[in-house]
Design a protein around this ligand. Sequence first.
Ligand code: FDA
Length: 453
Amino acid sequence: MSNTEIIRDVVVIGAGAAGLTAANDLRTAGLSVAVLEARDRVGGRLWTDTIEGAMLEIGGQWISPDQQALIDTVAELGLSTFSRYREGDSVYVGPDGTVTRFTGDVFPVAPATAAEIERITADLDAMVAEIDPDRPWAHPKAAEWDTISWDGWLRSQTDDDEAVRNLAFATGSAMLTKPTHAFSLLQSLLMAASAGSYSHLVDADFILDKRVVGGLQQVPLLLAERLGEDVLLDQPVRSLTWDQDGVVAEAASVTVRARRAILALAPVLYPRISFVPPLPRLQQQMHQHISMGFVIKVHAVYDRPFWREQGLSGTAFSPYELSHEAYDNTNHGDERGTLVGFVSDRNADDLFRLDAAERKERILESLSHYYGPEAKSPIVYYESDWGSEEWTRGAYAASFDLGGLHRYGADLRTTIGPIHLACSDMAGAGYQHVDGAIRMGHRAASEILEELR
Ligand code: FDA
């Protein structure tokens, strides 16, 4: 069966936050667009669904106060937000399993360990302040900082293992979701610089500040609504033929001829598309050095937020627990209580070697260390597993392997002939976040508008 052929100014490949932002900007400026999306829904890594009667945000959900591009889009779309519940004590589980309550963002560790964490945090904040999140490779020490692992650098700063584990956590398990030996100090500094400072990343009240009432997927849903029939679902793009004059994108049942294309998907997925001619050698090499992190987002819904009755905020951390962090994730206006926990990188690998029942038991056991035995009996339980999603292949996002950032970073966003690039995984500010996706969407659209005007 031959494909339906359509002609547009721009074809956007991928209907996530980045692609839909770009498509709306182009449409507003008077260009015609078609957005081709592989899945049967829009939103990509933003996905709100109802599981056994509970509304769950399976992908991205939180907004922090520095994420101005996302804040502006949320406001422009008329969506309202609410704060994460944070009254009461947080919980920390130490190396011997001792559970300690605390307030603020300083973990209740031994004074000597706390002093080491404070000292190295100050050093990290100073290093991050020197990094331009849009050009981390331009720092004079970029090569040096990109060729030592995050773990290796931390261990060169202190002999205190608990300090190392707690410092590693902010950009490791909690953000890049890769083992800390697998990415560099520079990659870690970029992650922190993209959020303003290293201290911001350890401040849960900052980084996990607000959610959208009804779920963050409304952002792509409403952006797609404005584009109407120009968003085509179930259209994985299999080949992109390109020259200086334009592109031909072939999807499942549609072929789009356009003057420009925007690849609005994670760079790890570019090799799923057959480029004719192939992408330049540099890009073909570079994309092999970018990989997805991996984290399981665990949702446990209870008949009430029972931890609040114990004076707990729901905020819980431990570098020694299977679920290294967990929070109160109760929906706005919901009488039930929801906890969300995260299991990252090697812990996630290990859990997926177990069957579903054993996995659930192990995760709920870990949550019960924070909140007590009641945590073992949720009425709804769900694991977001983005690693098995063909069109994402991990979570939260993609980053360079050790040494890749200074070697290739400067070319990550470079336009290739008529092909422009947009994705949260190549952002500076807002890197690996929806804010970064929106920023990259605006950027790709304005590049094209400049070229075509
Ligand atoms: P995204 O991956 O969303 O979109 C790309 C689209 O391209 C997808 O729809 C995909 O199907 C499509 N596609 C791929 N290949 C294709 C092909 N060949 N043809 C056609 N279409 C194709 N962020 C945040 O700000 N706050 C948070 O709390 C979180 N938390 C979080 C939790 C979890 C579990 C995940 C997985 C992610 C987050 N994030 C987050 C990250 C955030 O969700 C993410 O950075 C952005 O949604 C990415 O948006 P993009 O548009 O860049 O890519």
